[in-house]
Design a binder for this molecule. Structure first.
Ligand code: FES
Length: 100
């Protein structure tokens, strides 16, 4: 194994876990579309790659409160996300990038 310093990106992990209706999971809501739109927003705003990463992830452990996302390194957990939250998420990302 090799270790190295983590890049200084702001990183939003969006849970897109899908349990196919057998149990609550983030894919039951808008998680996939929220991630897709935020990724496009990041590209449109010029935040992509050098500043911000938006990644899909598996379960973040709060499935019944999903869709969920985790902002790193700010340690902010967003729950019950929907497409209506995109403006607030954009603001949170902008603030996180500004504080790097
Ligand atoms: S399925 Fe998303 S937090 Fe568990």
């Amino acid at each position: 194994m090799e270790t190295k310093a983590a890049p200084g990106w702001v990183h939003l992990f969006v849970c897109v876990n899908d349990r196919q209706g057998k149990r609550a999971s983030c894919a039951d809501g808008d998680a996939v579309e929220v991630r897709r739109r935020l990724k496009q927003l990041a590209k449109d705003r010029g935040w992509w790659n050098q500043t911000l990463r938006i990644s899909q992830t598996g379960c973040l452990g709060l499935c019944g409160e999903g869709p969920n996302a985790l902002l790193h390194p700010q340690k902010i957990h967003f729950s019950q996300l929907s497409l209506d939250d995109l403006p607030q998420l954009e603001q949170a990302l902008e603030e996180a990038i500004g504080s790097r």
